[in-house]
Design a protein. Structure first.
Lengths: 113, 115
């Protein structure tokens, strides 16, 4: 199992705040990194992917990748109660157009009004 | 575009019984994954198919779990015999063949309870 670790949480932030979710991975050759959101009782859905070092922004979401540190994060700005969910970090293994995709255990986020 | 279809949605069985899950991926998707998600944990990859060939089954408990993907389309996952610790949601996902950034789309999952 390729190790993907996430900050354990749960994380609780007030509405309007910035939520910061972190993920580290063990396989230095990993190519691509995904953040999925999973509402309780539902299936994961993709929020963002990133594969180059640096930041990638999409609306209120920013993914940050540092391959040297084997670290990827997700920032949610202006958090809303509807953002309350479990956020899963997923890593696509090295050399993988074949797409082996491994998940962390997730961080539960609660945004309170 | 139709999504990933799974059935049944829920299943309750007694330990030592057998159970099978079915998945129909998005049309044209060459990659199909089966994940096991135990309550409070992230999805654990059980097996990955590329068309009808197995890419990765390193975490599949082969003494009791089996999976097949005939003709490179639908897939079934079977557990025989089931144990209490197999209680989980079994998620099927599919992805198109392509780059490292190809998104995996998930079905609604099958919630298995072993009693």
């Amino acid at each position: 199992q390729k190790e993907v670790e996430q900050n354990s949480g749960p994380l609780s932030v007030p509405e309007g705040a910035i939520a910061s979710l972190n993920c580290t991975y063990s396989d230095r050759g990993s190519q691509s990194f995904f953040w999925y959101r999973q509402y309780s009782g539902k299936s994961p859905e993709l929020i963002m992917f990133i594969y180059s070092n640096g930041d990638k922004e999409d609306g209120r979401f920013t993914a940050q990748l540092n391959k040297a540190s084997q670290y990827v994060s997700l920032l949610i700005r202006d958090s809303q109660p509807s953002d309350s969910a479990t956020y899963l970090c997923a890593v696509k293994a090295r050399g993988s157009t074949l797409g082996r995709l491994y998940f962390g255990r997730g961080t539960q986020l609660t945004v309170w009004p | 575009e139709a999504g990933v279809a799974q059935s049944p949605r829920y299943k309750i069985i007694e330990k030592r019984q057998s159970v099978a899950f079915w998945c129909n991926p998005i049309s044209g998707h060459a990659t199909l994954y089966w994940y096991q998600q135990i309550l409070g944990q992230g999805p654990k990859l059980l097996i990955q198919f590329q068309n009808n060939g197995v890419v990765d089954d390193s975490q599949l408990p082969k003494d009791r779990f089996s999976a097949e993907r005939l003709k490179g389309v639908d897939s079934t996952l079977k557990i025989q015999p089931a144990k209490l610790e197999d209680s989980a949601v079994y998620l099927c996902a599919s992805a198109a063949w392509g780059t490292e950034n190809t998104e995996a789309f998930f079905g609604q999952g099958t919630r298995l309870t072993v009693v």
